[in-house]
Structures are given as structure tokens and as C-alpha cells.
Ligand binder design. Sequence first.
Ligand code: 2AM
Ligand code: CA
Length: 275
Amino acid sequence: MEIDLREAQGVAERAARVAGELIREWIGRPAQTLEKSSPHDLVTEVDKACQEAIYRVLHEAFPDSTFLGEESVAPGPEAATRAAQEADQTLLWVVDPIDGTLNFIRGIPACTVSIGLVVEGRAVVGVIYDPMRDEIFSAYDGGEATCNGQPMKVSPEPDLSSAILASGFPTGAYRGKNAQQIMRFGHHVRNVRALGSAAIHLAYVAAGRLDGFWENDLNAWDLCAGAVLVQVAGGKVTDADNAPYDLFTRHIAATNGRIHEALLRDLDLDTPLSP
Ligand code: 2AM
Ligand code: CA
């Protein structure tokens, strides 16, 4: 399919800014909050309003495109996987209207809009907008990765032991495993951050602020835009088994490339830590 990726990137940026306005207006205010798959997994009326606003902008510019947005999918990993499998990947927008909903609800300014575009099965455009800092991270395959229009690239850090990593506490069955991995790396690397938004972690790896990010059991909309950003910025994105990133990747590892192998090796809880 012939599509102008730069034009698509511009449309995604516009949509992200529209949703960002809503986030700025409503962050920390008591919008209606509902429980999703578990007491750890929440959604608000603002998540839904952001998704609708994004959909309108994207669909108007690309009426033939399809749309996979978190708020249109039933809660839980099975429904998320099924939705990704059933989505027509010819020209597919993959959208998380608010990544970091818990931060949003509590007024912690680390929540982002994440918009990825898949063309014929490949993620090729990524836009992540942080409305609280007014930072827009943006890239398309074959172009350059930018933060607020300035070129960005992954860090040059060569050693896992001096790396700053990020991860999180996923809401479902993998929370324990992720916590164990954080403990393990906590002793082994310079430090670990858990900012509560996978998209912000990926944007920061792309910008060279973090050296790597991993997390288990994330959904397509948490990862699609950020995976493009990290790859275009010169980094590496795979699953925990080192298979290349795709729309079905759930256990993500995204790094500057140089620490990737060491990160994957030490994520394996059954293997002794490397020296
Ligand atoms: P969210 O705010 O859009 O829900 C925090 O560890 C990261 O996990 C956030 O990016 C968060 O995205 C995501 N997350 C929260 N609940 C999830 C779920 N049920 N499945 C996968 N990812 C989830
Ligand atoms: Ca979300």
C-alpha cells in the first residue's frame, strides 16, 4: 500500500495533541473511574473521550484505515491478543489514548498518548505525546526520530552494570515475575525506574534518557509507537526470547542495542547473573 509516512506522522501528532489537551484539563480531577481486568487496572471517562477524539482525527485523514484502540477491547490479555490477531494490518492505527491511567487519575504527571501505525504488518510510524511536559516524540521508518522536532538517538552506554533501566508492575499474572526481575536488576545495574507508563519508558529509551526497558505481558497499544521510536532512534526491540518485535509481542525488551544481549540473558530468572 502506497502511503506517505511523513503525512501519517503529521496526522498522528495532531491527534495526539488533541487528546493531550483533554489529559491536561482532567489530570488529577475526579473523572468517573471504573475497574477493568483487576483492581490494579483502571479506566476513566477521559480515556474513552481521548480515544474518540484521536479516532476522529485519524479516520478523517485516512478513511480506509482500521483502528485498534485499548478502550474498544474487552479487558484482559486474551481479548487483547485476539483483537490484535483479528485486526486488519493493511493500514492499522494502534492507539493507547492514555498510557499511565493510574498516574493520570492520581495527578502524577507521567501519562502519555501513544499512536502507532502498522502498514502491511509492519509498525512504521510512532508518536508519543507527553502533554504535561509538552514533549512529542515522533518517528517514521526511513526518517529520523525527534523530540519536539530535535533529532534524538539512543544512549551510547555499553555496560549493563552502569545502565539505567526501566520496568513496571503489570496488572495481571506477571506482576510477581516482573517484581523479581526488578529486584535482580536493582542490585546489578546503576538503577531502575518505574514511571508507570510503558510508552514514556520507550520514548525515553529512544531519547537516550534511559538505556533499556523491559516488561512482561503488555498489550499491542502499550508498545507499538514506542517500538518504532526506539528502532528509528538506533536501538533494538525484541521480545524476551530475542524474537523481533511485532504486534503480538507482549514481553518486551527495548534497549540502546549495546546492552541488549546482556539484558536478555539476565532477565532469565533461572540463570545465574552474569558477573
Ligand atoms: P495503561 O495505563 O494504558 O493501562 C505500567 O506497568 C504499564 O502497564 C502502563 O503502560 C499501563 O498502561 C500498562 N498496563 C496496565 N494494565 C495493563 C494490562 N491489563 N495489560 C497490559 N498492560 C497494562
Ligand atoms: Ca491506556
